[in-house]
Unconditional design. Structure first.
Length: 189
């Protein structure tokens, strides 16, 4: 959990009809700063200039739906609005789109640092456990490149890149999974 205490945000107003989920809000310790999110390799499948969008779903796309949400925070516990968050992942069959932008997209965090991505649970491909790639960058800050993982994934144990600090909190909603993860990145100060 990267040293981040997580509490349900009871003050948050309900989201829109399509976003009934309240993301956990990190609580800052009295003296401790947040630990910056662990960096990981981008791997060979990053494509620059992804489209700006908060849903990577497309008609007929196979796979289990996943809502990935959370916040972008600075180490001083301040939320970071306007942080660039660029996601890329393989499809349900474990294949990346290295020609177009299927399952690739970027967005910017809201005023409270929150982000929300609708996508699918990525498939497995040889040598890796289930994961989602991400670049996160505060305005004028350095780029954090990392990957997010699923709890209780059998392939985690055999993956040399896997890092338990990057496991999402995953719960089940009616017909989709909901993943929570809060990024902590260096700001521009
Ligand atoms: Fe990958």
């Amino acid at each position: 959990m990267s040293g981040i205490a997580v509490a349900q945000d009871s003050d948050a107003t309900p989201g829109s009809d399509t976003t009934p989920v309240l993301a956990p809000t990190p609580e800052c310790g009295d003296t401790e700063d947040f630990e910056v999110t662990q960096a990981q390799t981008a791997g060979p499948f990053f494509t620059p200039d992804s489209p700006e969008r908060t849903s990577l779903l497309e008609d007929g796309m196979p796979g289990a739906e996943l809502l990935l949400t959370g916040y972008v925070y600075a180490p001083n516990c301040e939320p970071i609005p306007g942080a660039l968050i660029d996601f890329w992942q393989c499809d349900d069959a474990g294949v990346y789109d290295n020609v177009g932008y299927t399952l690739r997209g970027h967005q910017f965090s809201a005023d409270d640092g929150r982000y929300e991505l609708t996508t699918i649970v990525p498939g497995l491909y040889p040598g890796r456990t289930r994961h989602i790639h991400v670049n996160v960058q505060a305005p004028n800050g350095p780029i954090l490149t990392s990957q997010l993982y699923f709890p209780d994934e059998p392939a985690n144990a055999a993956d040399g890149i896997f890092d338990e600090r990057l496991i999402m909190d995953v719960s089940e909603d009616d017909d989709r999974q909901i993943g929570f993860f809060t990024f902590v990145v260096e700001g521009n100060s």
